[in-house]
Design a protein around this ligand. Structure first.
Ligand SMILES: [Zn+2]
Length: 189
């Protein structure tokens, strides 16, 4: 397991709350998962470019029907996927394009703002304008800034102030919450 090479205290703390990694355990019994390949199965949710102010509110049952078990646990239950999971490897090698919310199909991040943080989670220094909201998260004895999709409220990850220029921010995002569309086929958000 590549997780064993991680020794950062923060990661160790985080690992306590982690679910199984669907990337690393392709033979595991996960009947609701379509993400047992290197990249997650394409989302059935249509990718849209709705107004920034538009909200999508569904019931818990509707979210369960729409999302895989792993996606639901992260997006609706504030879970954290293990590092190097959820399609991370595929995301690392993506070229120009746009990352959409796998839950509601709204655009979240441009590949122009993606960087390699070395954490094992996709990292960006800036979201698309108005697409990501945040709030203070005090779980696991830490004070962190939780970030979520502004449209559907789905939990994406956390933001930290140790990122690169020009913003100095690091949006640390669970790979399983993202759907990538290459620039050649994506509508410009
Ligand atoms: Zn969303």
């Amino acid at each position: 397991m590549r997780m064993s090479s991680l020794s950062l205290p923060a990661l160790t703390l985080l690992l306590a709350g982690l679910a199984a990694c669907s990337d690393a355990t392709p033979g595991a019994a996960a009947p609701a998962s379509g993400a047992d390949a290197a990249a997650p199965a394409p989302s059935a949710v249509p990718l849209e470019n709705p107004p920034v102010t538009e909200k999508l509110t569904l019931t818990d049952e509707q979210w369960k029907a729409r999302l895989s078990t792993e996606q639901y646990n992260v997006l609706r239950r504030h879970g954290t996927e293990p590092p190097f999971c959820g399609g991370y490897t595929a995301i690392k090698h993506n070229g120009p394009g746009t990352y959409y919310c796998v839950a509601c199909g709204a655009p979240l991040f441009s590949s122009d703002t993606k960087f390699e943080s070395g954490t094992g989670w996709p990292s960006f220094f800036k979201p698309l304008p108005g697409r990501v909201d945040s709030q203070i998260d005090t779980s696991y004895g830490m004070e962190r800034t939780e970030v979520h999709c502004a449209r559907c409220g789905g939990h994406l990850g956390h933001s930290f102030d140790d990122g690169p220029a020009p913003t100095g921010m690091r949006y640390c995002i669970n790979a399983i919450t993202l759907t990538f569309v290459p620039a050649s086929t994506a509508a410009k958000p």
